[in-house]
Design a protein around this ligand. Structure first.
Ligand code: IPM
Ligand code: MG
Length: 368
C-alpha cells in the first residue's frame, strides 16, 4: 500500500507529521505495511519548482493508493496569477484524479460538547455527514475571467465572471453516493440547492429527485441553501446526510465544523469512483499559527483513519485510531482550539504523542 504524503503549507507540515506517526504506530500494532513517499504541494512547491502542483507531485499522487494531504495557502501568495496560487494544487488534484465525492462528517465528540459555540443540548451527540460534490460547479465552470477596459489585467477591469454549471452525470453520481451513504446511516438525505434563483440548481434538484426513485427506502428532502445555513445552527441534529454542490458544500461544511467545537477536529475524504482517495483535514493552512507547534493535529489523524477505512480496507485499524482519539480527549488533553477550563492545554506534538501512546499502550515522553 503506497501512500503519497503531501503536507503543503502553514500548519500542514506539523499536523501531517503527527498523522504519519499515528499511521506508523497503528501499522506496527496491526501488522500492516505502508510505503510512504513525500512531495511538495501548494506554496511550498511554488517556491521550489515554480508551480503549486508540479508534474512530479501529480504523478506521485496518481501512482499512490491513497493520498494524505495537509493544507495549502498563505496570504503572501495572494498577488500571484490565479493558476500559480497554492489553492490550485488541491483543486488540480481533485480534478485530475476525479475525486468528485467529498465526505465531511461533522461529529460532536461527547468530551467537546462544551467547546461548541452552540448550546450543548443542540450539539450533544451530533453526527451529520456532508457530502460535497467536488469537481464541478462554479469552481470549475468555463468561461471565467475578467472583462477589462484596458489591458486584461485587474487594475483596469470593469467586471469579472465565473460560470456555474453541472452536467447530468455529475449530479447523478454524487446523488447515488449520498443515497448509498444514507442507507448505511439513518436513511435520510437533505439535498441543498438554490433552485428558486439558479437554473443550475433547479436542474440539480430535478436530477436528484430522478435518482431518488431508485432509493424508495431513503427519505429525500430538498432545502434552499440559505435556509440550510440557518437550520444548521437552529437544529443541527435534524440533519443526517446532506448532499450539495461544490460551493455550497464548501460553505456549509465550515459552518457544520464549528458545531462540533472546532474545525480542528474535522477530517475529510475525497473519493473517486473506485474509492481511491485523498484525505485531508477540513481546515486550512492557518498561517497565523504555523510553526508554533500549537495546531490541532486531530483532524488530520482522523483523516488517516478515514483513509484506512475507505481506501485501504483496514476498518479495525481505523476504529483503533478513532477510539485512541476518544480516549485522549477523555484524558483531558486539548490543543488551544478546543481548550476549556479544567482541561490540559497541549501542543501539536504532545497531542500526537498521546494518540500514539493510546494506540501502542506505551508512554511517550516528548523531547522539546
Ligand atoms: C476546502 C478549501 C478549498 C476549497 C480551498 C483551499 C481551495 O476551502 O477544501 O474546503 O474551497 O475547496
Ligand atoms: Mg473550505
Amino acid at each position: 500500500m503506497k501512500i503519497a504524503i503531501l503536507p503543503g503549507d502553514g500548519i500542514g507540515t506539523e499536523i501531517v507529521a503527527e498523522a504519519e506517526r499515528v499511521l506508523a504506530a497503528v501499522a506496527d500494532v496491526h501488522g500492516l505495511k505502508f510505503e510512504t513517499e513525500h512531495a511538495l504541494v501548494g506554496g511550498a512547491a511554488y517556491e521550489a519548482h515554480g508551480h503549486p502542483l508540479p508534474d512530479s507531485t501529480l504523478n506521485l499522487a496518481k501512482s499512490a493508493d491513497a493520498i494524505l494531504f495537509g493544507a495549502v495557502g498563505d496570504w503572501k501568495y495572494d498577488k500571484l496569477d490565479r493558476p500559480l496560487r497554492p489553492e490550485q494544487a488541491i483543486l488540480g488534484l481533485r480534478k485530475h484524479l476525479g475525486l468528485f465525492a467529498n465526505f465531511r462528517p461533522a461529529l460532536c465528540y461527547e468530551q467537546l460538547t462544551h467547546a461548541s459555540s452552540l448550546k450543548p443540548e443542540l450539539v450533544a451527540g451530533l453526527d451529520i455527514l456532508i457530502i460535497r460534490e467536488l469537481t464541478g460547479d462554479i469552481y470549475f465552470g468555463q468561461p471565467r475571467g475578467r472583462r477589462t477596459a484596458v489591458d486584461g489585467h485587474f487594475p483596469g477591469a470593469e467586471e469579472a465572471f465565473d460560470t456555474m454549471r453541472y452536467s447530468k452525470p455529475e449530479i447523478e453520481r454524487i446523488a447515488h453516493v449520498a443515497f448509498q451513504a444514507a442507507r448505511k446511516r439513518s436513511k435520510k438525505v437533505t439535498s441543498v440547492d438554490k433552485a428558486n434563483v439558479l437554473e443550475t440548481f433547479q436542474f440539480w434538484k430535478d436530477v436528484v429527485t430522478e435518482v431518488h426513485a431508485q432509493y424508495p427506502d431513503v427519505e429525500l428532502q430538498h432545502m434552499y441553501v440559505d435556509n440550510a445555513a440557518m437550520q444548521l445552527v437552529k437544529a443541527p441534529k435534524a440533519f443526517d446526510v446532506v448532499v450539495t454542490g461544490n460551493m455550497f458544500g464548501d460553505i456549509l461544511s465550515d459552518e457544520a465544523a464549528m458545531l462540533t467545537g472546532s474545525i480542528g477536529m474535522l477530517p475529510s475524504a475525497s473519493l473517486d469512483k473506485a474509492n481511491k482517495g485523498l484525505y485531508e483535514p477540513s481546515h486550512g493552512s492557518a498561517p497565523d499559527i504555523a510553526g508554533k507547534g500549537v495546531a490541532n493535529p486531530l483532524a488530520t489523524i482522523l483523516s488517516a483513519a478515514m483513509m484506512l477505512r475507505f481506501t485501504l480496507n483496514q476498518p479495525t485499524a481505523a476504529d483503533h485510531i478513532e477510539s485512541a482519539v476518544r480516549s485522549v480527549l477523555s484524558s483531558g488533553l486539548r490543543t488551544g482550539d478546543i481548550w476549556s477550563e479544567g482541561t490540559k492545554r497541549v501542543g501539536t506534538r504532545e497531542m500526537g504523542d498521546a494518540v500514539v501512546a493510546a494506540i501502542t499502550g506505551k508512554t511517550i515522553t516528548t523531547k522539546t
